[in-house]
Design a binder for this molecule. Structure first.
Ligand code: UGA
Length: 459
């Protein structure tokens, strides 16, 4: 049955949730305090790149299933179901900053007129729903309103697909009625795919969100350490991942080695659970180790290049990929910051490229010594070496001949393991994949550039 729903926050989670809810038939009002963002959204322009979202937004705007506003009070009085999907970033010490959620609660409680179901989607530390319940107990009781925590598991880059194909829906609610409300909202998705719904205590739901991200982050951290081990011992991490993942108890997802995990969630949530545990007097040693391990991985591509090249001073280096993963323009937590910072500090001249994230990167990383270009070929032209940091398909599509024609040197650090090392051998390249033995140039190599690195010619 169609419901009237307000969604506070139009970031990745909020906007995908709002558009997705409209798509499955609800009448949605999305609220944001950012007037220019709301103005653009009303015209159908997205504040970020997310495959499939723009078309769905435009369609639902046209049929009037979604509208955007800055007026939070009207959204509260006009809707009985309210989603909260504002940001919960890290503070400098790793604690979770709940100030945006606090502000939404102020607006909601000041305008509570009838019974509302308040569904929190923002990631919140264990115990938060209970604190809000205590804080606003009289307002909630007088109106018979309820707070539920319903964690979000969508990934940037595949967020639209993830919204419509969830593995599970977790409902952190004490009452059966509240959980029924959530079931009825997502009924079109639940019934089509027979999606399991887990009702549990709000605190358990808060822990499920952290638990999922910590578990995924730890898998990647483990694989990245095994990748280092593979490099040292002469193994190939892709074979290791394949074999480990064949164990059904482990599964094959999230075992890819790379330049450390990035994004706005894993680092924040690992730090967030560690700091929350401290509040409860606990020391989560294993989980805190994930951050240290990942921090080291993020600069490894630059260290490998320095070792392979000797000195970085004065050398032009191409960095391909600034987004924290492919199919997004988000650079938050990207290894590109650490890698470019290191290269520039060592005197390299960095030319970087990303098909989507260039603007976001330049906006956040103001450092002399690097420039960006909107053509990957420009970055490669005359480069002594190249580091691939994001698994954009188009880098693979360039092919070894193009790399060979454009580059001056013959070293590639393929931090995402996207290239066919063998094909590059015949262009005279040394390719250093993550967790893989160095691919040495074939004895008979095709030399396309006039500037071939002398060391390579002699191989
Ligand atoms: C992550 C979770 O996967 C989502 O379930 C969750 O909802 C989201 O955080 C969140 O809490 O909001 P996201 O950060 O968008 O989603 O992206 P992921 O696809 O999980 O990738 C995170 C990082 O891990 C990326 O840097 C990616 O390149 C890296 N990664 C991923 C690997 O290095 N290896 C892998 O095998 C998989």
């Amino acid at each position: 049955m169609k419901k009237k729903i307000a969604v506070f926050g139009t970031g990745y989670v909020g906007l995908v949730t709002a558009v997705g809810l409209a798509e499955i038939g609800h009448d949605v009002t999305a609220v944001d305090i950012d007037t220019s963002r709301v103005k653009e959204l009303k015209k159908g322009y997205l504040p970020f790149y997310e495959p499939g979202l723009k078309g769905m937004l435009k369609k639902n705007l046209t049929v009037g299933k979604i509208r955007f506003t800055t007026e939070g009070d009207e959204a509260v009085t006009g809707n009985n179901i309210i989603f909260i999907a504002v940001g919960t970033p890290s503070k400098a010490d790793g604690r979770v900053d709940l100030s945006q959620v606090d502000k939404v609660f102020d607006v909601i409680t000041e305008n509570l007129d009838t019974a509302k179901t308040i569904i929190i989607k923002s990631t919140i530390p264990p115990g938060t729903v209970n604190s809000y319940r205590e804080l606003y107990s009289s307002e909630l009781q007088t109106t018979s309103s309820e707070i539920i925590f319903c964690p979000e598991f969508l990934r940037e880059g595949t967020a639209v697909h993830d919204f419509f194909h969830p593995d599970r829906i977790v409902v952190g609610a004490d009452s059966v009625e509240a959980s029924r409300t959530v079931n009825s909202i997502f009924f079109p998705i639940i019934s089509r795919l027979d999606v399991p719904v887990l009702r549990c205590r709000p605190v358990s739901a808060e822990m499920i969100k952290y638990g999922s991200n910590v578990m995924l982050a730890s898998r990647i951290a483990v694989m990245n350490e095994l990748a280092e081990m593979s490099e040292a011992a002469g193994g190939d991490i892709r074979e290791v991942s394949a074999g480990v993942g064949m164990d059904k108890r482990i599964g094959k997802e999230f075992l890819k080695a790379g330049p450390g995990f990035g994004g706005s969630c894993f680092g924040k949530d690992v730090a967030g659970i560690v700091r929350t545990a401290e509040y409860y007097g606990l020391d989560l040693r294993l989980i805190s180790g994930i951050i240290k391990s990942n921090d080291r991985q993020r600069v490894r591509p630059a260290l490998r290049l320095e070792k392979a090249l000797g000195s970085l001073k004065g050398k032009k280096i191409a960095v391909l990929g600034l987004a924290f993963k492919a199919d997004t323009d988000d650079v938050r937590g990207s290894a590109a910051f650490d890698v470019i910072n290191y290269l520039v500090d060592k005197g390299a001249q960095v030319k970087a490229h990303d098909p989507r994230a260039e603007y976001n990167f330049i906006r956040l990383f103001r450092k002399k010594g690097y420039t960006c270009t909107d053509k990957a070929e420009d970055a490669l032209k005359g480069a002594w070496a190249c580091i691939i940091l994001t698994e954009w398909k188009e880098y693979n599509d360039l092919g070894p001949e193009m790399f060979g024609c454009l580059m001056r040197g013959r070293i590639i650090i393929d931090a995402r393991n996207i290239l066919d090392g063998d094909a590059f051998r015949y262009e005279g390249f040394r390719v250093f994949g993550s967790g893989r033995p160095e691919t040495v140039p074939a004895a008979r190599t095709i030399i396309r550039s006039d500037f071939v690195n002398a060391a390579i010619v002699s191989v």
